[in-house]
Design a protein around this ligand. Sequence first.
Ligand SMILES: [Ca+2]
Length: 153
Amino acid sequence: MDAASAELRPPGTLGPLAAICLVNLFFSGKIESAVPSLACSGKPEQHTERRGVIYSPSWPLNYPPDVNCSWYIQGDRGDVITISFKNFDLEDSPKCSVDWLMIGPSSKREEYRVCGSFIPPSFISARDHVWIVFHADPSSSGQAQGFRLSYIR
Ligand SMILES: [Ca+2]
């Protein structure tokens, strides 16, 4: 804290505006982009909310090389899950074999694979659960911003 702001408030307190901003950050999920994503630590990040937002690691900065991230969205019985892309920019390659985003009913069953810089069409699940898997190859060339998607069921 610099001298000017120290004079404005007693040490150790946040103003009401700062508190509201922190709450907004928490509920919008944006704070996740500031810390390493659990989804990229080897365990899938579980989502059971009716709607939510998922970001590539380091968003809105470029994603790091050599990452594997996975998210598992579990709906209620009979739910259909719709995934819509808000931002999308992954290193392009033939058949998306270098960097890719995969969506499917399990982490091994791929129904949808995308890369490149065009916003892909929405994905509508045939089941009440979906896996989303993101892979970036070890090369540090060709990095891109990544993705921001929302899901709703
Ligand atoms: Ca890459």
